[in-house]
Design a protein around this ligand. Structure first.
Ligand code: ADP
Ligand code: MG
Ligand code: ZN
Length: 483
């Protein structure tokens, strides 16, 4: 039998608001801040306190909802989702359940098979939990609780079970991350856990539309973990089905070290959480004007940006997508372009995607920590376009700038890299090259025309790479003809 995978993704994204979801504690980087330093009675779950909804979190959630083409619901409700865990001091999480803020959207992603539409079922507001650190020494075994993250606004974005391959799951996850970053509502910094995935996975006979029992893999903290987790489940479930068994509906954990899933609990049902309306929060009412106001602040999103790059600068679809996918790269590209007078978009794109990316791959440096800023790159590309240096020299200069910083002007001056276009000087070098290599010259004149390139190489070498290649070619052609 041929199988097909059915995947629905749940993405938890922290919202980068100034303060927490229901109190005025600051949102801090929970991987850096001193534990339990931004905690108050509200987020620490003391009795008798009153939560107040953070308006900025609603704005941010709406931005995401609108960017995904969702309906923003006029009235949404907060519920209490009850469960006990040491990182949840209240004993319940405030979350939207039956009435989310946003519903029925979609995300269009690019895959090797073309465009794919993945429907978004809902996006709802909730709060993050604290963090546990498990400590195990020879003599002791205990857990530490840090409540800094408790109450940080969290947006849960849930797809319909529309995803049909690991590639599509990855395309969805990366596109969603790019959108969150472009909207400025999430840093996208997966290592800090600000975006987390849960994958719901079932298998079925290809071409049918039954929905079989599914598993849900929790705590997938990277794209790679998500891919590996899904791949593992596809294999495991096919094996069960081949042997005539049925896949149990359950919640799984992902064991990164051993590369396998493990049973956490048999799938919980909604009633296990005893959802009930949060009595301390009124319904969240969002009127048309509020929606309109947020809508008017939406920036250009990655797909639209990529299309514009194709139209405006004639870039290829692949290059446009690469530049537009990451807001930092897109801004770098555009800032370089606007500082680089008379340099075509294609040239700027080629240098960023070529030399700059090669450097990043070589060093695993982050794009954000590049030593050369857009003005610096623009300066170099202007000098190249004006003919002050040739392309080979510009590459060498860029490598130096990427590795050590500085400015193109200083490097050119210090190392005497100025390109020469002086006809007399170049003509002298060409005659010298011809005179020093009589055998090659004879072969050339006897019909071995490829030697023209060899002579070109000789002249460039004699000029220390600094001669204007076009002038060299013209002069060489003239002298080879015997003029
Ligand atoms: P719950 O509310 O219990 O988490 P939902 O029915 O809302 O469950 O679905 C959660 C996620 O599981 C959604 O992303 C949905 O698309 C996905 N899903 C639902 N049924 C299946 C299935 N049979 N196979 C794979 N994914 C599924
Ligand atoms: Mg779920
Ligand atoms: Zn607080």
């Amino acid at each position: 039998m041929e199988y097909e995978v059915v995947i629905g993704l749940e993405v938890h994204a922290e919202l980068a608001t100034r303060t927490k979801m229901f109190c005025s504690c600051r949102v801090v980087d929970s991987t850096q801040a001193e534990p339990n330093t931004t905690v108050c009675p509200v987020c620490a779950g003391m009795p008798g306190v009153l939560p107040v909804v953070n308006r900025q979190a609603v704005d941010y959630a709406m931005k995401v909802g609108l960017a995904l083409g969702c309906t923003i619901n006029h009235t949404s409700l907060f519920d209490r989702k009850n469960y006990f865990y040491p990182d949840l001091p209240k004993g319940y999480q405030i979350s939207q359940y039956e009435h989310p803020l946003a519903s029925d959207g979609q995300l269009v992603v690019d895959t090797s098979q073309g465009e794919k539409v993945i429907r978004v079922r809902r996006a709802h507001l909730e709060e993050d939990t604290g963090k546990l650190t498990h400590v195990e020494t020879d003599t002791e075994n205990y857990s530490l609780v840090d409540l800094n993250r408790c109450g940080v606004p969290l947006l849960e974005i849930v797809t319909e079970p529309d995803i049909r391959s690991i590639e599509e799951a990855k395309a969805y996850a990366t596109s969603l991350r790019a959108i969150l970053r472009a909207l400025g509502v999430n840093s996208g910094d997966m290592e800090k856990g600000v975006i987390r995935f849960e994958a719901n996975i079932s298998m079925r006979e290809a071409g049918t539309d039954v929905l079989n029992n599914r598993v849900e893999i929790k705590n997938l903290n990277s794209f790679r973990a998500m891919e590996r987790g899904i791949a593992y489940e596809i294999d495991r479930q096919i094996k069960i089905m081949e042997s005539g068994g049925t896949v149990a509906q359950e919640t799984l954990g992902w064991d990164e070290a051993n590369g396998c899933t493990y049973t956490q609990r048999s799938k919980e049902d909604a009633h296990d959480y005893r959802y009930f309306p949060e009595p301390d929060l009124p319904p969240l009412v969002v009127d048309a004007e509020w929606v309109h106001r947020v809508h008017s602040t939406l920036p250009e999103l990655p797909r639209a940006r990529a299309r514009r790059y194709m139209d405006e600068f004639g870039l290829s679809a692949a290059d446009s997508a690469l530049l537009a996918a990451d807001i930092s790269v897109a801004e770098y590209f555009e800032n370089t372009l606007s500082a680089a007078k008379d340099v075509p978009g294609k040239t700027v794109a080629a240098w960023i995607l070529g030399e700059v990316y090669a450097h990043l791959n070589r060093t695993s440096e982050a794009f954000e920590s590049l030593r050369i800023d857009p003005a610096g790159l623009a300066d170099l590309l202007v000098r190249l376009t004006k003919g002050e240096v040739n392309a080979a020299t510009a590459k060498t200069i860029l490598v130096t700038l990427l590795e050590k910083g500085g400015s193109a002007g200083e490097i050119i001056k210090a190392q005497g890299l100025q390109q020469t276009s002086d006809k007399g000087e170049i003509a002298a070098l060409v005659s010298k090259a011809l005179a020093e290599n009589p055998t090659e010259l004879e072969s050339y004149r006897a019909g071995k025309e490829t030697l023209a390139n060899w002579f070109f190489g000789q002249v460039m070498r004699m000029a220390g790479g600094k001669a204007n290649p076009q002038v060299v070619r013209d002069e060489l052609a003239r002298q080879l003809k015997g003029d």
